[in-house]
Design a binder for this molecule. Sequence first.
Ligand SMILES: [Zn+2]
Ligand SMILES: [Zn+2]
Ligand SMILES: [Zn+2]
Ligand SMILES: [Zn+2]
Length: 495
Amino acid sequence: MHSQKWIVIKKVFMKFQNFLMEKINVWHMHLQNYNKDSGRHIVANTNIRRGDILFIEKAFIFAPVFKENKEFYSFKCYNCLKDIISSVPCKFCTVCVYCDENCRDVSWKKCHKWECKGMQASIWFDLGIAFPAFKAMLKGASLGFHTVESNYDEDLKCFGDKHDNYRYFNRLLSNIYKNKNVAPYIVMAAIVISYLEKYTDFFPWFLKQPNCPKKDLDSLIKYVGGLITKHIAQLACNSSTIEHWTSSSFICDTIVVKALEDIPQNEEIFNCYGIDYRGMIREQRQYACRKLYHFECKCIICSDPANELDMLDSYLCPKCKGLVPEINNTVLSFCINCGEKYHLKPFRKINTEAQKYMESDSPNQLELLVKSLKIREKILYKHHKDFEEVYYRLYSFYVEHGDAENMFKYFHLWLENEKARRGSNSRGIGTKLYEAALAILHCLQNGQPKNCTNLKAFLQNVEFMIKEAKVILNLYYPAYITNRLNRKIQFISTK
Ligand SMILES: [Zn+2]
Ligand SMILES: [Zn+2]
Ligand SMILES: [Zn+2]
Ligand SMILES: [Zn+2]
């Protein structure tokens, strides 16, 4: 499936009692706290286990924001984000399609009548985040632009009002005064305004509405332009992006948020802002947090360089087995344990040789793979990225040859490396665990398995792998999908 980029507004989750009123289910209630260091934050008021649902929430607004994702229109209802089997297109632009006529009519009334012309001219895709900001403004227009006094308690009262949540949205932090360059926001808002003025009857229509906040056209235009600018800034730091439908936690337009790890009672609950240490170095992350969210990140990884992922790609100190970090564009490094200085060239040379063994297509594949592995074990830290391929190829070799015990051994070495590098909850790990468990089972079922001394213990190991796969996949998929794995477990236990 193509990568998708959508912006969905996530209301900062705060007063959970109100969720219930909005038919949003919350399984674990949390106290909402404030202190100078963390600002607003939430705390678990019960022990939470990995995989527990924290909250389920319907999006306030959503919109596609990238040109290259135009094809999404053919498989998602533009009104409710349901997958489409037979679609009903918009009568005018034919770009937007719906799951049925009702969705089409609702969408038209709600917003599409004002955006359809722009859809025909493809302007929205060039406006990026201004598009959802415009849609938020339309929502405000239909509700009367209510604002809430800048009062924390009032904020909480309005949050989760299913008839008028715009009041709450309108109060979200925009950080607009901390932002050094708001000019692009203003330009984008101005384009939306001139589009509305030239190609739609939005302003004349709105002036006639009983809840119109201004009496004359000029001041209404200025007012709406200001709101769109503010909404762009609010969305920049309060929205979530769906990049891949298959791996996102959204079901249609509703997000399901689960705990990725156990959280003891009274501990703060954290949310990843998408600036992942697995994909960015420290400086990039700190810069992104400052620029997008206007704070200094003091997370566990940011506060201690030894936690950084690139430390995993270290060599081993020949003297003390401490880490000698690989540093790009330099030839010198040192052991962070004993301080010994090293030239990196010899390490790099040995590692390149090890790689050559893997790439050879000699018939002695196994021998060469083991040779490559042995060399690397001497010079590379165990979580180094270059172990990934060699472990996986050894595992695949034994899958082909039906050797259960070696399959198990190399899969687990691969798994340990992968967990260190991608986190033990990564979806890929869940899928691979499941696949490997089935491969091993398959091998055991095929008559007399090679190299399997204790069948019972072995089956227990496989059962454990499937259980772990299920726990991980549960974080990403609804239960009805992961329940299929249950049948495999039952199958094993009856054997
Ligand atoms: Zn629909
Ligand atoms: Zn249309
Ligand atoms: Zn951090
Ligand atoms: Zn050392």
